[in-house]
Ligand binder design. Structure first.
Ligand SMILES: Nc1nc2c(ncn2[C@@H]2O[C@H](COP(=O)(O)OP(=O)(O)OP(=O)(O)O)[C@@H](O)[C@H]2O)c(=O)[nH]1
Ligand SMILES: [Mg+2]
Length: 352
């Protein structure tokens, strides 16, 4: 899974990227002219607890790849995204828009003033414009060739949406239509998370920026972080992080908060497998059937699926062991059609 980090110049993209991934990409004027890429292991205390119980050889967390797009040079700083960025973003499954909400006179905002809601609208306009250009080209070609069938109608509806200033993600499509437009990789169709980057001075203060109002009106998820502070926290040894968070009134580890928001936005969840060799968290979309969860591990397990033995992590921990969970009747036998739940510990029985 790939997530793109976007935002206007100096909004703190690379700072946030470093804080969340533990990477050491250069920030500020020393920032590179290339995109930064890092993979993070999704923090999951269930994996850690199960590891302590099973003592396997290995533990594997779910993984997400983040791409921090390079600063836009070609288009000047008035715009956030240049052609190189647009091309990278075609291949990501979701977008995180880092919105500048910190005040710092040494760091110039490309539009001079700090106005998070404006930046959100401007970013949205850029995403929609890039879709509109693709749509017009394609519709023009189809029109010239006299191909005014289903595809023409569908793309026309898409064009109408962006012409009206709405993101394609607001357009209700059937699963089939969804498939038909997938190849175009429309950016305004991708799930978008707003990440407000506040300064240290704003922690715990009410949002002065009308950003919450904007997010609500546009039905977008907003999370608030202080990038500079998060980066400091990320550089601390693990055991000091939690107490620092508490002291600063930052609440739950924001890395975890962030990852959960990304998971929610993408409609993802995790199930677990346990055993001698490995405790492993696997990422699947919500509403995944057991047979497809099996396929997420290996196609053989899917092909030879017999049944799944399932116990939810909560019940397992409450019982204390697999044997106890069995005794209490918490381990269920499920078939192919079973809808996997977040935190299910699953043992697949299969035969190939
Ligand atoms: N005070 C304050 N400064 C910040 C914060 N986040 C980032 N900065 C500063 O803003 C400048 C730009 O940060 P970057 O993380 O490089 O921003 P960017 O969006 O990656 O910038 P470009 O890649 O050049 O577009 C740096 O000097 C950071 O130290 C913050 O939360 N508070
Ligand atoms: Mg940067």
């Amino acid at each position: 899974m790939k997530v793109g980090i976007i935002g206007f110049a100096r909004s703190g993209k690379t700072t946030i990227f470093n804080a969340l991934t533990g990477a050491h990409a250069a920030v500020g004027t020393f920032g590179t002219r290339d995109a930064n890429i890092a993979v993070i292991r999704v923090p999951d205390e269930r994996v850690d607890r199960l590891f302590e119980i099973y003592h396997p050889k290995k533990k594997s967390y779910a993984e997400v790849q983040f791409v921090d797009v390079a600063p836009n040079e070609a288009a000047g700083e008035a715009k956030a995204l240049d052609t190189a960025a647009l091309n990278i973003l075609k291949n990501v499954e979701a977008l995180v828009h880092v919105v500048r909400a910190f005040t710092n006179e040494d760091v110039l905002h490309p539009h001079k003033t700090v106005d998070p809601a404006r930046d959100c609208r401007d970013m949205e306009a850029e995403l929609q414009l890039s879709d509109l250009i693709i749509l017009e080209k394609k519709l023009d070609r189809l029109g010239k060739e006299g191909l005014k069938g289903h595809e023409f109608e569908l793309l026309s509806r898409c064009r109408k949406t962006v012409e009206d200033g709405r993101a394609l993600r607001t357009l209700a499509l059937t699963p089939l239509e969804e498939k038909d437009i997938a190849g175009y990789c429309f950016l305004s169709r991708k799930p978008l998370l707003l990440l407000a980057n506040y300064g240290e001075e704003s922690i715990g203060k009410p949002d002065p920026a009308r950003l919450q109002e904007y997010a609500k009106q546009n039905d977008e998820t907003l999370i608030e972080l202080c990038g500079a502070m998060e980066l400091e926290v990320a550089r601390l040894p693990e055991e000091e992080r939690q107490s620092f968070h508490e002291e600063m009134g930052l609440g739950e580890d924001s890395r975890i908060r962030f990852i959960h928001a990304v998971y929610d936005m993408l409609g993802l969840m995790s199930f677990l497998t346990v055993g001698e060799p490995e405790v492993h968290a696997w990422t699947v979309p919500k509403n995944t059937k057991a047979i497809d969860a099996a396929g997420a591990i290996h196609s053989d397990i899917q092909r030879g699926f017999i049944r799944a033995e399932v116990v939810n992590y909560r019940d397992f921990m409450a019982a204390g062991s697999m044997a106890k969970a069995r005794e209490h009747g918490h381990v269920r036998l499920e078939g192919k059609e079973y809808m996997v739940q977040d935190g299910d510990i699953i043992l697949f029985r299969f035969n190939v």
